[in-house]
Design a protein. Structure first.
Length: 263
């Protein structure tokens, strides 16, 4: 049996899922990696294209009953949230009311922005790695950034307007849930259970053998420095990636509840 597994080419996913993608952990199936940006994975979930896929928790409600969350492989925690950046200091409300670039309307980042600053102005969807350049060029007034942009925005002369993860943590006392690994609901229960076990084993392998994925990470992140890759992995792959935990599940439920209320 072969299962298509959608995840991003970002360092955190390459690090966490390297072992599973390369057959280094036991699984009763073969994995075919399918690499896309997170918003593309969110979009493809509408058709249930992939048996296993990473999804933003902001897109989980739209995925409906096509997918179910697995306990392993999630990206959540404290101090990991998206940032709003601009060329000059300003308030979050001012930045959000102008022309703001976002990495996709189904991302958790955009959901957090809508919750923190409901009075949005002109929203421009760009691929996450195009946002910093758009802010610098003045094409937009502000940008909502995720992934490695969190570590590089200062290099572009930009300033942080708001940390939406910090806003969420202060408001709820919970870790910020960014994305999780989901299995298609038409898979047999034993296959879903085996997938969850294999993903957990892959993350545990990554922690036990941190250098094993180095070449794979670098092959997928050629434009990033080793330092940025290391920071990216350290921030987004943590104990919650092994098991989301009860607090993590509460955080997801709270986020989706607020999303429904704000819709």
């Amino acid at each position: 049996m072969k299962l298509r597994f959608g995840f991003t080419p970002c360092p955190n996913d390459a690090f966490a899922f390297h072992a599973l993608a390369h057959g280094l952990v036991d699984a009763p199936f073969e994995v075919e990696p399918v690499l896309y940006d997170i918003e593309e994975l969110n979009r493809r979930s509408a058709a249930g294209e992939l048996e296993l896929t990473k999804l933003s928790f902001g897109a989980a409600a739209a995925a409906g009953d096509r997918y179910r969350l697995l306990r392993s492989g999630a990206a959540l925690g404290r101090g990991v949230g998206p940032l709003v950046v601009a060329r000059t200091p300003r308030s979050l409300m001012d930045a959000a009311a102008g022309r703001i670039a976002v990495p996709g309307r189904e991302t958790t980042a955009f959901l957090l922005l809508r919750l923190a600053a409901p009075a949005l102005g002109d929203v421009v969807e760009l691929r996450y790695d195009e946002i910093l350049a758009a802010v610098v060029a003045g094409d937009v007034d502000a940008g909502l950034i995720i992934h490695e942009s969190r570590f590089t925005y200062r290099d572009h002369g930009l300033v942080a307007v708001a940390d939406l993860g910090e806003w969420w943590e202060t408001d709820t006392g919970l870790p910020v849930p960014l994305a999780g690994i989901f299995a298609r609901t038409d898979l047999e229960p034993d296959v879903v259970a085996a997938a969850g076990d294999a993903i957990r084993a892959s993350v545990e392998y990554a922690f036990a053998n941190p250098e094993a994925s180095r070449d794979y990470v670098r092959s997928l992140a050629q434009e990033m420095s080793d330092e940025v890759c290391a920071k990216h992995i350290a921030l987004y792959v943590n104990e919650n990636s092994i098991d989301i935990g009860d607090e993590g599940l509460v955080a997801v439920e709270r986020l989706l509840g607020r999303a429904t209320a704000a819709a």
